[in-house]
Design a protein. Structure first.
Length: 111
C-alpha cells in the first residue's frame, strides 16, 4: 500500500503518467497480497475478522488516493490539500493493523 501511496503522491506532484502506472500496479499487488493473507489465515477466525477490517481501511485509502488523483487532474489543489489528512490517518491505521497482525502471528508461533 505504501508503494501505491508513493506512486500516487509522485503522480500528483509531477503528473508523470509512469507514476500512474506504478500506482495501479501497486494497487493490484495489494489486492493479491490480501487474498494471499486470507488463504494463509483460513484456519484462524480471529485473523480473518481482523483482515476484513484491514480490507475496509485499505479500500477507503484506495478511494482517497483515487479522489486525490482526480482532483489533481482537474487542477483542484485545494481539494487535494483538504483530503490529504484523511489519507495520512488511513495510512497510519493500516500500518497499526498490520503490526497487530504480525504481533498475533508471532504470539501464535511461539505457543
Amino acid at each position: 500500500m505504501l508503494k501505491a501511496e508513493y506512486a500516487n503522491r509522485n503522480y500528483v506532484i509531477t503528473e508523470n503518467g509512469n507514476n500512474g502506472d506504478h500506482y495501479q500496479t501497486s494497487v493490484n499487488s495489494v489486492t493479491a497480497d490480501l487474498e494471499n493473507l486470507r488463504q494463509l489465515n483460513a484456519d484462524n477466525p480471529n485473523q480473518q475478522q481482523k483482515l476484513g477490517g484491514l480490507e475496509l481501511v485499505i479500500a477507503e485509502k484506495s478511494t482517497v488516493m483515487a479522489k486525490i488523483t482526480n482532483f489533481r487532474q482537474g487542477k483542484n489543489m485545494a481539494e487535494v490539500k483538504s483530503i490529504r489528512p484523511r489519507g495520512a490517518f488511513l495510512t497510519e491505521d493500516i500500518l497499526r493493523r498490520l503490526e497487530e497482525k504480525k504481533d498475533e502471528e508471532r504470539r501464535l508461533l511461539s505457543e
